[in-house]
Design a binder for this molecule. Sequence first.
Ligand code: SF4
Ligand code: SF4
Length: 325
Amino acid sequence: MGKDSKKRLYTTLRIFTIAVVLLWLAPLLWANQIEGKRHTDFFEVWTWSRVWLSALFALAGLFLMIKFWVSRNVRFISLVLIVFTFGILWTLPLGSFSDGLDLHPTPLCTIEKPFVFLSTGSTIPIFYLSILAAIVILNILGNKLFCGWVCPVGSLQEIVYRIPLPKKWKTKLPFRITNTIRLGIFFLFLILLFSTGTSIYGYSNPFEFFHFEWQPLTIAILTLTLIVALFIFRPFCYLICPLGLFTWLIEHIAIFRVRLDRDKCTKCNLCLKKSPCPTVPSILDGKKLRPDCHPCGRCIEVCPEKALTFQSFSFKQQNEKNQAD
Ligand code: SF4
Ligand code: SF4
């Protein structure tokens, strides 16, 4: 594919993403205007502890990333804290604080269930849309801040991936393949849901584990996910999660993201060797259309030249201007 075609494809994708977000917001705002109560409920959801704590974790992650403070140890402590806060803390007797942390709806359900309601002709409960809106806002602010700094299933997979195994056993699957599978599963979900009423995501939701109802299917799904996570970085995120697919689209309009300063880069390829994701080659090649980056900070940490940063557009432009001066 030529450079111009790639540029056109990327611009189309960005316009498509903005259109998807607007198309999703417009009916919501319209519904809010005709039903005042829905409007109140929409913002009331953001007072739930899981929503404001998500914002707190995401902002802390953003701050640490910008400041180059995400070392391997800091990341590990963060991952454990994320799993504890968003997966386990709700079980403690802390009154309304714990109630507000219950993983209902699960992050996966915020994408799945609205389609399930639509397929049965029912109204979508406002809290699904409200929670999804909070996730979208965080992910527009910083590249996949929710997936990387809030999601307990993503964090659990990342912890498991750190278990040392012979290097050749750790695999990076080509993004073309993983994204095609993820997209294919999403379309299969839509076809089966609207033709037979069956939701395939309902049978493959590892978040259900954190309800601690000890359902054999849920335990099996999470166990399988974690076994694969020994060899592949965040397999559920790259291969199955519909929220991962949605937030990958939003990555293309994210304000803060990993950026490369070509003048500083010595092409030592250390970031390429040390990072667990399939994303770094696209960053080094300057490709606009990249695989998912769950901002783990690894590539930024290992770069000896500080050529990789987590920056916004304005910082990047400011840097370029400073260099030009
Ligand atoms: S590009 Fe990869 S290594 Fe770098 S922050 Fe994103 S996920 Fe981590
Ligand atoms: S580690 Fe830094 S200097 Fe080396 S290739 Fe990556 S971005 Fe360039």
